[in-house]
Design a protein. Structure first.
Lengths: 143, 143
DNA sequence: TTTGTTGCAAAAATTTTGCATTGTT
DNA sequence: AACAATGCAAAATTTTTGCAACAAA
């Protein structure tokens, strides 16, 4: 299913389906947000060796195909967000444990449209990140 | 006035007021958002030479003092946002001309609080960026 | 067989750090 | 005099690129 997807997406651009691309897509889709380096480690742990450059190239390719999206979240490293079969969403990031939760909020998006218009601006896309403390684990319950 | 501010802020931390720090603060406050590299160029153009490392160190210091804040905006370079005497604000970024406009929106912030709560999350801060096309100049009016 | 892809190492790009020297308090 | 800051060059970090060998169409 995903293999088929990848293949057809690649075919459109006259690109080739390689074993490496299959491996990377598979690993990528098992995560919600991951860095190139971490994906590299995950794949290495499965005793498959791929060059880090290939990971970067493929991750960027997945973004072009609309399967991934780059995010920052204040870190120096880029996180690749798996957006396959997902609607647009924003993120809650726990400052303490690093947990990332996705959410949607049509109400906010509506107001954003208004804000854009008020500023003579045609909105294309947005990025909203909420940082705070999650109450999920003991170490994360808010003070 | 700003000199006094800088001096007193530094004194609190047993840090010293140097000519370089004055120059950098002055230049920084003339901008709303700027990269370290660009600030370096601006200062160089005034025929003053400072090391780039000093710019970085001082910009980071200004962030610790609450005068600046780091931002990403999707670029690889960090933008330093001048927040002296400003309330919290978010940003509209023009994809075409790069223009950055600041805005506030209490309505959105209210909903953010609700979203955080609904997700068992204590909100600390947020980051909202709207990307699109501004209608200000000919080259930027939306299609 | 043609063209795209990989792996590696080297390069790029951005930011930080070590250290001797200099400047502030 | 004591301590912090600067400048420079070197290092660190993250990502991209060139190119020869290889694999897919």
């Amino acid at each position: 299913m995903t293999e088929g997807l990848l293949k057809s997406q690649l075919a459109k651009k006259h690109l080739k389906l390689t074993r490496q691309r299959e491996i990377i897509l598979d690993a990528f889709l098992k995560n919600d947000h991951i860095t190139a380096e971490d994906l590299y480690s995950q794949i290495s742990n499965g005793n498959i060796h791929l060059g880090l450059a290939t990971i970067y190239r493929t991750l960027n390719l997945l973004c072009e195909l609309g399967i991934g999206q780059q995010r920052h979240f204040g870190d120096s490293k880029v996180l690749y967000d798996n957006v396959l079969n997902k609607k647009h969403h924003d993120h809650l990031i726990c400052i303490q444990c690093g947990k990332i939760t996705e959410f949607e909020c049509p109400d906010i998006e509506k107001i954003q449209e208004e804000m854009a218009e008020r500023n003579c601006f045609v909105l294309e896309r947005h990025r909203l990140e909420l940082y705070g403390h999650c109450k999920d684990t003991e170490k994360c319950h808010a003070s």
